[in-house]
Write a protein that binds this ligand. Structure first.
Ligand code: ADP
Ligand code: MG
Length: 594
């Protein structure tokens, strides 16, 4: 009886394999060719055995000279056919496998782009990447291995068994009883091996640990005269390791002779039965020789068949992990509302947000109205929720409660693409793509921008200032395979990108915090250009950079605690002026250090 857990597992396996099978849909013809070739291969094995019988009987026993002349050609012919079949089978299976791998990679990559931000938060990119590379490879390999075994090996076994029964039904029945018995004994033996091997590994760990402890705590050992004690302790694990290794050595040394003895018992019992006409029903020399040959040829495919569970399970696990990813819900497409260019009026209405239930609210009851064209600064200690607040605007996340509105409409009403066209983002850590500086500026939807527009943006963002010194100018390759730009230079490329996009809403999330004061002043000019004629939310680390914002919002623990102009907030002598004092003291301190 199968337990229900086993049943569930089998159902799952079936699902995974059915779904994998659906991938091979377009390639069924090639697949059929592979199966056909496998059948031919299996047939050639039986054919070879049959030739052995003919050769022995006709040439050695009957000395049929006419026949003998043909024997070399027959052998060549069979191996020729077998070789071609093997090639076609292997090639076609790999061809189908590679097509399936490519299709799956395509889908997984597309899924990477479609996943909501929350998904990336919850999974490591290493794990996601290994699905794309390792797991897909694994599932395709397991599937083709299982299919090959299922067809090639199984058909070979069937062909040879039929041949054996054709030659001598009685002897075949005998083999069918004795064979599995010998197989079981050999299996038990190799299991023992594996057990010793793991135990040896563990005891090797004990040896290392004992030594490591002494190396690390050598001062303690010396001061407390612990040498004798340590030597004693080491002797124990050392001896245990030796004993285990000897057990393995004994098992290994015995296994060769035992397996050979087993084979000899099997073979001699077959010979015994075969040579007793009353038991075997009589056989020719050729029949006997080819019978033994068939027995030997069956070994390898039989071994493959009995070991198929490993790759089968591996394939199922790998397949499940891929399909789980493919089935993960993608980002919300948004509503039907279209917008060409928004005015840029933003409103946070009773917005609360949490990343994870256990960690509690990150934003609490945020009420905030930003007029079109306003320059709003957001300040507060790190972790107070500033980045989270602005990440709601391009809908990286949706509020847990309340709503964010653009031009009076909930963000969720807009088509997602339209909404994102309204927002530019420059953040602290600029990641450039593996391409030219020009392509990095004219990225995504702006990739068809004219050379003039790109250069204009590059000039305004002070990018040309440094690219002019490169021999290739804007065509200089950056990223992994190109030059490395400094943090400030990358920042300027990102600003040029935002300038070119020319969106009505601009978010600067600590866009200059990684820079020294000197470079920041430089970039500040580029930012001034960028902030004109649009609603801007600036999160700034250095308060000196936001003093002339229209309004400053101070956040603490996910709440807005103060709001007003620099002068108003300074006069109030609250959270903002405290932050200001702290920073001024810090900077004065730095200056004194220098
Ligand atoms: P700030 O930008 O003001 O430094 P954040 O908005 O980045 O603050 O973070 C606010 C809080 O939310 C912090 O406690 C932070 O640990 C947490 N947080 C930020 N991003 C994530 C995330 N992706 N998943 C879970 N928690 C997060
Ligand atoms: Mg932040």
């Amino acid at each position: 009886m199968k337990t229900s857990a086993e049943q569930v597992q089998i159902d799952e396996a079936g699902k995974v394999y059915r779904r994998l099978w659906s991938y091979s849909g377009a390639y069924r013809a090639v697949f059929a060719a592979a199966i056909l070739a496998m059948a031919v291969y299996a047939g050639s094995q039986t054919g070879f055995v049959y030739i052995t019988k003919l050769v022995t009987d006709q040439s050695f026993v009957e000395k049929d000279m006419q026949f003998i002349r043909w024997v070399p050609f027959m052998i060549l012919g069979v191996f020729f056919i077998r070789g071609i079949a093997d090639y076609v089978a292997t090639y076609s299976m790999s061809w189908v496998g590679r097509q399936v791998i490519k299709r799956m990679r395509e889908q997984v990559f597309a899924k990477f782009l479609a996943l909501p931000t929350r998904f990336y938060d919850q999974s490591s990119s290493g794990a996601l990447l290994s699905r794309l590379t390792f797991n897909i490879e694994q599932v395709a390999q397991a599937a083709s291995q299982v299919l090959t075994t299922l067809f090639k090996d199984l058909l070979t076994i069937v062909g040879l068994v039929i041949y054996m029964f054709w030659v001598s039904p009685r002897l075949s029945l005998f083999v069918l009883v004795v064979g599995p018995l010998i197989g079981l004994i050999i299996r038990g033996l190799s299991k023992r091996f594996r057990r010793y091997s793991t135990r040896i590994q563990n005891s090797m760990g004990d040896v290392t640990q004992a030594a490591e402890q002494v190396l690390e705590a050598h001062k303690v050992v010396k001061v407390f005269n612990g040498e004798a004690q340590e030597i004693e302790g080491f002797e124990r694990v050392n001896e245990k390791n030796r004993r285990l290794n000897m057990k393995l050595a004994a098992a290994k040394a015995a296994s060769g002779p035992i397996i050979q003895l087993m084979a000899a018992i099997g073979l001699s019992s077959v010979v015994f039965v075969a040579t007793r006409e009353d038991l075997s029903g009589g056989m020719s020399v050729g029949e006997f020789v080819s019978f033994v040959g068939a027995m030997l040829l069956i070994m390898a495919p039989l071994k493959h068949l009995t070991n198929i569970n490993g790759p089968l399970q591996q394939g199922i696990a790998a397949g499940q992990s891929i399909f789980e990813l493919l089935d993960a819900p993608g980002e919300d497409e948004g509503g039907a509302r279209r917008v060409e260019r928004a005015r840029g009026e933003l409103e946070f209405r009773d917005v609360s947000f949490l990343y994870q239930e256990e960690k509690g609210a990150v934003l609490r009851d945020i009420q905030l109205h930003v007029a079109p064209g306003e320059r709003l600064a957001i300040v507060g200690r790190s972790g107070s929720g500033k980045s989270t607040l602005v990440s709601l605007i391009p809908r990286f996340y949706d509020p847990t409660a309340g709503a964010v509105l653009l031009d009076g409409h909930d963000l969720r009403e807009y088509r997602r693409d339209d909404l994102r066209r309204q927002v530019s983002l420059v953040s602290q850590d600029v990641k450039l793509f593996d391409d030219t500086i020009r392509a990095n500026i004219a990225y995504g939807a702006m990739r068809d921008a004219s050379a003039e527009e790109i250069e204009q943006a590059a000039r305004a963002a002070h990018v040309l200032e440094f690219t002019e010194r490169f021999p290739d100018g804007l065509e200089t390759q950056v990223g992994d395979r190109g030059v490395t730009l400094s943090g400030g230079q990358r920042q300027r490329v990102a600003i040029a990108r935002a300038l070119l996009k020319n969106a009505p809403v601009l978010i600067l999330d600590e866009a200059t915090s990684a820079l020294d004061t000197e470079s920041e002043r430089h970039i500040q000019q580029a930012l001034e250009v960028l902030m004109q004629n649009r609603t801007t939310l600036v999160i700034a680390h250095r308060l000196s950079t936001i003093e002339n914002a229209d309004r400053i919002v101070v956040m603490d623990h996910g709440r807005i605690v103060e709001m007003g102009s620099h002068a108003e907030l300074m006069a109030r002598d609250g959270a903002y002026s405290a932050l200001h004092r702290m920073q001024f003291a810090g900077e004065a301190g730095h200056r004194a250090d220098a």
